[in-house]
Design a protein around this ligand. Structure first.
Ligand code: TYD
Length: 204
């Protein structure tokens, strides 16, 4: 039987990444084979593209094409073969991030996004997307507290991140059966309880 594809999304500082490994472990305890991966990245080539995307300045359409180029490689080499083997794939960001960051944040034409999405994975959408949502000021505080070198996206102004947040929420509104909005201000414990409930009801 084909495996399930679960993605995690949210603005920078939403805290999603700490839940990715936890969910994978929970699924493994249920006897599933789980592959954890991320975007941009997930393959040797994709990780090289990630370096460029996070640290080199470029035209918006170049940025979008590189995100989808890395994604095509990731789908072909990692995601599709794993799902076909019956493994579950848990991925930190996927195309909803391009919709929100390049579309919402930077203003990429939605029709161009749709064409690329259709071309790269018209046949495949995640079975479940967990969108971590929280107010911008709380997210910014978490990033500042982490006190590490910020990438090109994290360095963007507050209005950029607000547009990203709104685009994510709009996308979730248009795909309610696939995307679940998680209030990321809850305690880690409450978030984990909720994730377990959602994943069990949808996928197990
Ligand atoms: P992120 O998951 O935030 O990495 P980390 O947890 O190590 O900071 O992803 C890196 C950045 O890439 C993030 O700011 C969002 C951005 N991004 C896009 O702009 N478009 C995309 O399609 C993807 C996948 C990511």
């Amino acid at each position: 039987m084909r495996g399930k594809f679960i993605t995690f999304e949210g603005i920078d500082g939403a805290g999603k990444s700490s839940h990715v490994e936890w969910l994978a472990e929970l699924l493994r305890q249920k006897g599933l084979v789980v592959r954890v991966t991320r975007e941009p990245g997930g393959t040797e080539l994709g990780e090289k593209l990630r370096e460029l995307l996070l640290h080199s300045s470029m035209h918006l359409e170049t940025e979008t094409l590189l995100m989808f180029a890395a994604r095509r490689e990731h789908l072909a080499k990692v995601i599709e073969p794993a799902l076909a083997r019956g493994e579950w794939v848990v991925c930190d960001r996927f195309s909803d991030a391009t919709y929100a960051y390049q579309g919402g944040g930077r203003g990429l034409d939605r029709a161009k996004f749709q064409q690329l999405e259709h071309w790269v994975h018209g046949h495949l959408q995640p079975d479940l997307t967990l969108l971590f949502d929280l107010p911008l000021d709380v997210a910014r505080e978490r990033i500042v507290l982490a006190s590490r070198v910020l990438d090109r996206f994290e360095q963007e102004r507050a209005d950029f991140h607000e547009r990203v947040r709104q685009a994510y929420l709009e996308r979730a509104h248009s795909a309610p059966s696939r995307m679940r909005v998680i209030d990321a201000q809850q305690s880690i414990e409450d978030i984990r309880k909720l994730l377990e409930k959602i994943v069990s009801s949808i996928c197990l």
